[in-house]
Design a protein around this ligand. Structure first.
Ligand code: ATP
Ligand code: MG
Length: 567
């Protein structure tokens, strides 16, 4: 491509709302332009990067026998009603009616559509397993679209769906897909980690996320210092503590604790470790048609993990409550304890099951109980894992310690089981001629988010540094002075030579200052730039390596071979 003809509108100014390097540089380097919140145009450079990622995905999918399809972007709302997700997805679903008043939804993901495609078309175990995927635009009316391609409203997803006759076969496919996804990310040159993820109401160990490690990541992941364990903080678990602080032994008693409302004040007042206090986190839990106040109890040293809380209550959302709302139902903010199960629903963290020597609110203004033995609640209360792990907690699989790091979720693989096939009545005949719902898996990967992730991991103060597998062009040939006939001829010759060798090459033939062209090349991030300039009189050109920002002089006769080695 000749740069003089290329549509690459680079700018000095970053978008005013851009904070992440990927957003800033992709916009400044002319890869994307914003249309409206969360909506972007992909310009020629971005299309090339996307196509490269897609090619890698297609190659790896072919290796595991997945077949590419393309389903309609506009999906009938009726399917979403059948699965029951029309409510659950809420405002992220963009709904609209056609001229005949039929209700449609812009596809935010395609489980329903895939199940609908396969039901009644695949009817026997003999035709299973089946894995179908697509690379397709998705639309989610995200509450806070931000960070450029990272969280768009319209974005490109690669989504695969597998159908099986047994859970064993799903397990096999899930593993194969995990391997394939790891290969894709490795080929893209990304530093990533596969972590255990929240499986929502479905539960089980069948959900993993692929996280690109980056400080700018929106997800917090807990990783073990010794073993391979890693988990999204929404799903991370821990072993019981190996050693616990000294217990404040006391007989059960009600104690006057005026104005002592926070855990810190309480621990200080009784001179105990917060480990022996019970913290109440009151929330309003929202279901489809109603909402209620729920009291969540964790140890004073822990915090409530809201996604775990959401799963424990099978709710749609969890929101804050005011002290007034609590008082209205007869609760005493600051003194709420778990021994009165009457005024509101309780969920108690599993780590509190059977805990002794505890201090908790007495549900009476100005009082706490001491010497509480939580085992009296064993048969009456609802216990669940609702506490967030802390750095330094013990790994659930070994004696290593957990620490936190930030990640960008670029992929999510999920064992669905019959979650969609059952409500949508998608069945096959098993070996005994009996009708069974398909056992399914779903595997999503954010293609446009991957473009941004590559830059989050590979950039410097001057701009993008594309990896070999993702670069829009591998080589940029820069003719320093386009009025110099020899420079033009040498540049053109190398350009032709590289094109003939199928190297993706840009020829910067613009009549611009050297400094300007060089800055532009650094901003765009071509891995290699050949500078055809003054040294040509001595038969030399310069090779600029974008990643290291180093220049090397070499003979114009050897540059082609050198580039062929590099690319
Ligand atoms: P997130 O927690 O980031 O909102 P999600 O759990 O909603 O992601 P999935 O429904 O699992 O995401 O979608 C599969 C993949 O699609 C994600 O792993 C991510 O890479 C990508 N993705 C999801 N939402 C967006 C978005 N708004 N913009 C860009 N990519 C997205
Ligand atoms: Mg989301």
């Amino acid at each position: 491509m000749r740069r003089s003809r290329a549509f690459i509108p680079t700018t000095k100014e970053a978008p005013s709302d851009a904070t992440l390097p990927s957003h800033i540089f992709l916009a400044r380097a002319g890869f994307i332009t914003q249309v409206a919140a969360g909506l972007y145009n992909y310009l020629p450079l971005a299309k090339r990067v996307i196509r490269k990622i897609e090619n890698i995905v297609n190659e790896e999918m072919a290796k595991v026998g997945a077949q590419e399809v393309e389903l309609s972007f506009v999906t009938p709302a009726g399917l979403w009603a059948e699965s029951g997700r029309i409510e659950k997805f809420g405002k992220e679903l963009l709904r609209f009616k056609d001229r005949k008043n039929n209700l449609f939804v812009l596809g935010p993901t395609h489980e329903e559509m895939m199940v609908d495609l396969v039901r009644n078309r695949v009817t026997s175990y003999k035709n299973l397993p089946l894995n179908l995927y697509q690379i397709k635009t998705k639309f989610r009316d995200e509450a806070r679209p931000r960070f450029g391609l990272m969280r768009g409203r319209e974005f490109i997803m690669k989504d695969a769906y597998s159908f099986h006759a047994s859970t064993e076969d799903l397990d096999r496919e899930f593993e194969a897909m995990e391997v394939a996804y790891k290969k894709i990310l490795t080929r893209l040159g990304l530093d990533f980690r596969v972590v255990e993820a929240d499986s929502g109401a479905i539960g089980g160990s069948g959900s993993k996320e692929l996280m690109v490690i980056a400080d700018s990541g929106e997800d917090t992941i807990a990783i073990c210092s010794k073993c391979e364990y890693g988990a999204n903080i929404e799903a991370a678990s821990r072993s019981a503590r190996a050693s616990v602080p000294e217990a404040p032994e006391a007989d059960f008693n009600k104690f006057l604790t005026p104005d002592i409302k926070t855990i810190d004040e309480l621990a200080e007042f009784f001179k105990v470790d917060p480990y022996y206090t019970v913290k109440c986190v009151a929330k309003r839990v929202v279901y489809e048609d109603e909402s209620e106040v729920v009291l969540f109890f964790v140890r004073g040293c822990d915090n409530l993990q809201e996604v775990k809380a959401l799963n424990a209550t099978e709710a749609l959302d969890i929101v804050d409550v005011t002290e007034e709302e609590l008082k209205e139902i007869g609760l005493e903010p600051g003194f709420i304890g778990p021994l009165d199960q009457v005024k509101a629903k309780h969920v108690i963290d599993s780590d509190l099951k059977g805990a002794t020597n505890m201090i908790c609110g007495a549900n009476e203004d100005g009082y706490h109980f001491i010497g509480v033995d939580m085992s009296i609640l064993d048969d009456v209360a609802y216990f669940a894992d609702i506490a967030e792990v802390n750095e330094g907690d013990i790994c659930p699989y070994c004696d290593g310690e957990l620490s936190f790091t930030k990640g960008i979720e670029v992929g999510h693989i999920f064992k669905l089981g019959t979650t969609y096939s059952k409500p949508l009545k998608a069945e096959f005949l098993d070996e005994n001629g009996k009708s069974q719902p398909f056992i399914m898996g779903t595997y999503g990967m954010g293609i446009s988010r991957l473009v941004a992730s590559v830059i989050e991991q590979h950039h410097d103060e001057s701009g993008c540094i594309w990896t070999k597998e993702t670069a829009p062009y591998m080589v940029n040939i820069m003719i320093n002075n386009i009025k110099n006939k020899a420079q033009v001829e040498a540049g053109e010759a190398l350009y032709e030579q590289l094109q003939n060798a199928n190297v993706e090459v840009m020829l910067d033939d613009r009549k611009e200052r050297f400094g300007f062209k060089m800055k532009d090349a650094e901003l765009i991030g071509f891995p290699y730039t050949v500078i055809v300039g003054k040294e040509l009189v001595d038969g030399n050109v310069q090779l600029f390596d974008r990643a290291t920002k180093t220049k090397e002089s070499m003979s114009v006769t050897t540059i082609f071979d050198r580039l062929m080695e590099l690319v």
